[in-house]
Design a binder for this molecule. Structure first.
Ligand SMILES: C[S@@+](CC[C@H](N)C(=O)[O-])C[C@H]1O[C@@H](n2cnc3c(N)ncnc32)[C@H](O)[C@@H]1O
Length: 289
């Protein structure tokens, strides 16, 4: 009981912190995101992996001012942008209006509190947002996305993905960041101190490695899980909700949707991707801020 109360208040504290942080940063993120070539590459890759159809109903978690949402909306039936920050949602809707995009809905709700009906969504995407969640909330978000997805639907997450030096990719990313910042002189040294605090204390940013994300996807029951490095620390992980055996239609609602996942898909038949396929790509520096 008491640990449940503690867990709830930990999530609430993080939500309140993210809300305050992004209320201050919304305008500058909106202003700078379109000029960041690294971020644009990740957005492009998320969209490429998501491969939506004009009939798709999509959800963008931590949508910000619409970097992925608006591009997706131009290829989907409807996109719901979800963000903890009311300021970001206001910017999303402003940007949608300016671009003449009318099939976007904005919800100022934390991902941790989002409720959607089971098997109601064709595509769940997220870009550069989920590293703000606590680790246990990351797995819950993946589990929830699995529940919201229709059989055959996809979850695609782009984010900074690295651990704290546990593998060669982590060490390469951390080393290249340090080298870049050291070369910048006192300003860069100050950012090393600030970022070390962030990553070590994991107060504001809590990235985890590609393989940790892939493991979460597999644990939730997603199949065909692929982890794809994009630029420097950024990577994309994607996976598909399996269709029940014999269901020929990709997104058809079936009558047994309320059955537990393990009963519906079967542990052994559903999970083709018990370990992730890691696709290697060239690393080039990405500077988000
Ligand atoms: C770095 S921005 C990325 C925005 C956008 N996805 C993009 O690609 O440019 C991170 C976004 O995640 C949102 N965010 C952080 N924590 C969140 C949470 N718990 N629930 C919903 N949104 C959250 C922030 O408000 C912010 O808009």
């Amino acid at each position: 009981m008491s640990s449940g109360r503690q867990a709830a208040s930990g999530a609430d504290r993080n939500i309140a912190r993210q809300r305050r942080f992004w209320a201050r940063r919304a305008a500058s993120w909106d202003h700078g995101a379109g000029d960041n070539p690294g971020l644009l590459k990740v957005v492009e890759r998320v969209l490429g992996e998501a491969d939506p159809s004009p009939e798709s109903f999509a959800v963008d978690l931590g949508c910000g001012s619409g970097q992925v949402t608006l591009a997706l909306a131009k290829r989907c039936r409807t996109v719901v942008g979800v963000d903890v920050s009311e300021e970001m949602i206001a910017l999303l809707l402003e940007n949608a209006k300016r671009e003449g995009v009318s099939n976007v809905e904005g919800r100022a709700v934390p991902i941790e509190r989002l409720g959607l009906p089971e098997s109601s969504v064709d595509l769940v995407v997220s870009n550069y947002a989920l590293h703000h969640l606590r680790d246990r909330d990351k797995q819950t978000a993946v589990n929830e996305a699995f529940r919201w997805l229709r059989p055959g639907g996809m979850l695609v997450i782009g984010d900074m993905m690295f651990g704290r030096g546990g593998d060669a990719r982590d060490r390469e990313i951390i080393g290249s960041k340090l080298t870049l910042l050291l070369r910048q002189g006192p300003g860069g040294w100050w950012r090393i101190i600030k970022n070390s605090g962030r990553y070590l204390i994991r107060f504001q940013e809590r990235p985890v490695s590609m393989s940790a994300w892939a493991a979460m996807f597999n644990k939730a029951g997603l199949i065909d899980v692929q982890a794809i490095p994009v630029v420097n620390e950024a990577a994309v992980v994607r996976g598909t909700k399996p269709k029940p055996p014999g269901n020929g239609s990709p997104f058809r609602e079936t009558s047994d949707q309320s059955a537990p996942n393990d009963e519906r898909h079967g542990n052994s038949t559903g999970r083709r991707g018990s370990s992730a396929n890691i696709v290697m790509a060239t690393m080039v520096p990405l500077r988000i801020r």
